[in-house]
Design a protein. Structure first.
Length: 275
């Protein structure tokens, strides 16, 4: 989001830190897979000098970009060797202690924390303003706004459905209402259970009382890779229809949110039998 201070525009990240537009080429390390994709979609791939091993989209562009470990286990020595001017992190995906160590040696650490699909709009503008690609950011904002309108229209036109979104097996785990995934599903009229906000990723048993009223169960492709072979098991355990769902489309923010909302809109229509 933009703030005005002493007649100068500053870009403010999720930590409240103010960033000024960067002059000249940057050296960007992204420690967030979905935001690495956003960096590329903003036309900044040539300034990306580091990524995590989980940053896999777009594959051809990212293949030559050096890896600096994972989102939770960053190789700080390797990161320092890359001499980044900016490191992009996320409140949920990166450890606070690691981010604090990075901030001690990198000039600019950009903190993000989108919790709803709408929160991607200030993220687009934040990166667009810092790296001088405002036009590309506004293009993405327009695409997201259109996808949000379509998703909300479908959600409003169909009965609200309670759904269970599985992310793990042994133990069975799902998502709380406070998660980005839950907010994405809610846009098209799918309300996740349980209703509580914490814990964010609760384990459960199939006899949990809050499962009453669930219309269908979704089996996500990540972080656990559910497959067709799990559908019968889940349908038998839950007594509800079960379907696979693309986890990247439901959980990746950044530019993927546009395609994600369109995917969920289409899936809601298909499962409801609406053309």
């Amino acid at each position: 989001m933009m703030q005005n201070n002493n007649d100068e525009d500053f870009l403010v990240d999720a930590s409240g830190r103010r960033h000024q537009p960067h002059s000249g080429p940057a050296r960007i390390v992204s420690l967030v897979p979905s935001l690495t994709e956003l960096v590329c979609d903003l036309g900044l791939a040539g300034q990306l000098v580091g990524r995590t091993g989980f940053c896999i989209h777009p594959r051809a562009i990212l293949k030559p970009v050096p890896k600096v470990g994972g989102t939770k286990d960053v190789n700080l020595e390797r990161l320092r060797e890359l001499a980044p001017t900016h490191v992009i992190v996320n409140v949920d995906e990166n450890r606070r202690e690691c981010v604090e160590e990075i901030a001690a040696c990198v000039p600019h650490v950009i903190v993000t924390h989108p919790c709803t699909p709408e929160d991607n709009l200030p993220v687009y503008r934040l990166l667009g303003g810092i790296f001088g690609c405002e036009a590309e950011a506004e293009r993405l904002c327009a695409e997201l706004a259109a996808a949000l309108d379509e998703a909300r229209a479908v959600g409003a036109s169909l009965p609200l459905e309670k759904v269970l979104y599985l992310i793990w097996r042994e133990p069975w785990m799902t998502v709380a209402r406070s998660t980005y995934i839950s907010a994405m599903l809610a846009t098209v009229g799918w309300q996740t259970v349980p209703e509580a906000d914490e814990p964010r990723y609760p384990a459960f048993e199939w006899d949990a009382p809050w499962l009453a009223g669930v219309a269908r169960v979704f089996l996500s492709s990540e972080p656990y890779r559910f497959r067709d072979s799990h559908l019968a098991e889940v349908a038998a355990a839950s007594g509800r229809p079960a379907a696979l769902i693309d986890g990247e489309m439901a959980s990746w923010y950044g530019s993927r949110a546009v395609a994600g909302l369109r995917y969920l809109t289409g899936l809601r229509r298909t499962l409801a039998g609406v053309p």
